[in-house]
Design a protein around this ligand. Sequence first.
Ligand code: COA
Ligand code: AMP
Length: 630
Amino acid sequence: MTYKDVYRASLEDPERFWMQAAEAIDWDRKPSKALFDRGEHIYEWYADGLVNGCYNAVDRHVTAGRGGQAAIIYDSPVTGTKSTLSYADLQTKVASLAGAMVAQGVGKGDRVIIYMPMIPEALEAMLACARIGAVHSVVFGGFAANELAVRIDDCQPKAILAASCGLEPGRVVHYKPLLDGAIELADHKPDFCLILQREQEMAELTPGRDLDWHDAQNGVPPADCVPVEGNHPAYILYTSGTTGAPKGVVRPTGGHLVALNWTMKNIYDVDPGDVFWAASDVGWVVGHSYICYGPLIHGNTTVVFEGKPVGTPDAGTFWRVISEHNVRSFFTAPTAIRAVKREDPKGLEREKYDLSCLRSLYLAGERADPDTIQWAQDILNVPVYDHWWQTETGWTIAGNPAGLEALPVKIGSPTVAMPGYDVQILDEAGHPQKPGELGAIAIKLPLPPGTLPTLWNAADRYKKSYLNAFPGYYETGDAGMIDEDGYLYIMARTDDVINVAGHRLSTGAMEEVLASHPDVAECAVVGVSDQLKGQSPLGLVCLTKGVNRPHGEITSECVKLIRDKIGPVAAFKNALVVDRLPKTRSGKILRATVVKIADNQEFKLPATIDDPAILDEIRDALQTIGYAKG
Ligand code: COA
Ligand code: AMP
């Protein structure tokens, strides 16, 4: 079958296509059908099936006689540790950890927050939740206590599983004070916390609330897999939206298992037993889908890498890991490749390793610029596949189905729509655009299995954010076009979300924090171009009347405030005091125009601008901090 046959079959008879794909999953009760139409454009997949995510990711491989195969390879240049966990070991560990949670009263449907670095125990925690039907929500370690508190209040976890520390180059991330601070800030309090003590830092446990990870497992029976309905939430993953409140993307169990399993061969071109590596973090969707669930469901070996592309210890780390662990398909963000290229432009580090095991490189998470793709192709001598997707979808919307039929790569395009995604370009009124015409990228409903059916605790926000703009379509928030060959091009976000080092961040959230500074009357945060990180946030602040403290003092406080309230991951290093902000006559801040000025790009004077003279003021101000230079 060619890609075209498969894609057409998925749209013409989704029921048949997705029931067939579901056969690769072990169900406790097979679903009677694939799609459940709940009305008003709300859909669910496999809702009346019964299934367990952990069973499919772990136990079934042991039952099939592959217990001795490596499930997880842990490679941590920051601690100098390497270890391998077989599927049988993983089953024992996960059942035991799940048993400890059950003994403390956690059961099906209870939420559990996981706040951990890139260590195998983070995957064990996710799988232990899946084993007992608990709904996990992993929070990225680079978020501050306040962001963790917001998530605690939103999903109201019964338990929090955390490690004592994480390790960033040159800095220990003290999880425990962040955790304590978050619980203090939150209205909701978890019943208990399980703390994994790492040898790099022992945390002091809070009596009556904290339990030691291992002690809690002593003397408790291991837990069995609890079958859950196909539409039972496997997890909630918070992602940035337009406002400060993050969106809790819900991932339904059945669809997630079926879709991820389908992608491992058809997109990533790996067979069970092959080593697959996604160099991301469990705190992001890539980590959920392709460090934890996807490879394990499909019976691959996954690599948990605790390090950075450069500096741990050098720009050859990626190539060493690929070579040493026999990685067949490798997935990372373009930023990571840019970091390696910047440090080792000639690819000399790559020459030190035998990379004959590597078949292809996959890039996603942000725009893959042609230079980066070309460079990677040249030094690795394998195809480089860009692919486009989002936290909301959990798997590729547009990609190159290399395992099914490798399509010609057009640099600048993530290639074509994957099965079940009827991707269309719409104008503002919702009319389909012709090939080559720019517009909003929308997907005709229903979305395929594995994608979000709603937002946690926010069904109305789900409709408002994704369904209302174009009735009958899911609005992706990205703009772009489709060419005559059906290749998709992603050009920009249509909202105030920016992408910094492959991390999705909300400028709205940063503006809320800046606005809380007592001397700030008004502000705007924009994403300006950054050679390494793609975009980087820049804050423009107008001061409250009468404030005449040194501007440098105020902007330093702004930088610190964002680090304290959102976290280091915001990478907010630049703030600038300006007299006024450019606005339309109706008061809307012209953020896109500010970006164009900062990046020194041509732009059309917005017809609705209130006072064009202000743009010169902004240009002058930006030049003082190194932007807007010709
Ligand atoms: N826990 C705590 N802090 C973290 C963190 C974590 N898990 N991850 C990042 N941070 C911190 C960093 O230490 C840095 O702090 P600093 O301001 O004290 O230096 C800050 O957050 C910003 O991090 P980042 O934007 O990642 O920049 P960096 O300079 O540390 O690293 C790269 C640059 C390119 C090496 C890095 O961004 C990278 O590897 N990117 C790959 C992107 C990726 O995997 N994205 C996932 C989506 S696919
Ligand atoms: P996240 O939900 O964090 O994965 O971010 C998803 C967003 O990142 C998308 O909506 C895009 O804006 C951007 N993105 C992800 N992958 C790509 C890609 N391959 N090309 C361009 N933009 C991308």
